[in-house]
Design a protein around this ligand. Sequence first.
Ligand SMILES: [Zn+2]
Length: 283
Amino acid sequence: MFIDPWILWLVTILVILLIGSFISMLVYRYPRMLLRDWQHECHALLKEYPTPIDAPFNLAWPGSFCPHCQHRIAWYDNVPLLGFLWQRGRCRHCQQAIAWRYPITECLCLISSLMVVFVFGWQWSLLAALVFTWLLLALSIIDIDHQWIPDSLSLGLLWLGLIVNNAQLFCPLSAAIWGAVIAYSSLWLIMTLYQLITGKVGMGHGDFKLFAALGAWLGLHALLPIILIATVLGSIVGLVLLATKRMSRQQPIPFGPFLAFAGWLVLLLFSKWPALYGLFLSW
Ligand SMILES: [Zn+2]
């Protein structure tokens, strides 16, 4: 069956934008949904714990609403990117500014996904690489917002990595299993020693699980480049934020987004230039 390339690209861009919009909603609602679940569990265990709100709140309900005036957002104002543009960045009802994070998330999703499409081309591994990209984007934003990565996202990513590599999509299964094991245990060991020596917590356990997930997707030999890129980038961004006084020394910087970006970059680099993978394999 012949599909006009223009139609294929148009549909691809539309689907990616819709997914970007879904990610925007997911990163806002999912942590709040988990928090409500925990409040219900606390209340069930400890009767003196305040009764949590019972109104339904999930990924499907309630529909999109303005956080300022609670007005429901019509479907035409909810179109990814365009909705923001034709409302000129303000709510149609209360004129309050719409947070920039929505169009930024949709743009990030579009740019990163299109780069993945360019590198992989139209093959099965493209679908897996896109899911990898979207999950990394979602958990990075949640980590920036809450300094926490939900287990369901990091561990779900880990299981998916093992499943796709059972078909050797990105690396052999044994490299994926050892990648996950060594990634988790190496960070755990370094951070436990750091905590014993300094008495400070250097990194959250969510980062160990995310690194393990990257090991499961990209294999043992991708761990070194990932941790190098993430550490260098994290240090540069940390220094810039300190120098420009946008954050204090006491404020922790989430490491998850740097790990996620490094993992995503290594996936693209290794797929575009397999010789690079060979280089780390020989190392
Ligand atoms: Zn409003």
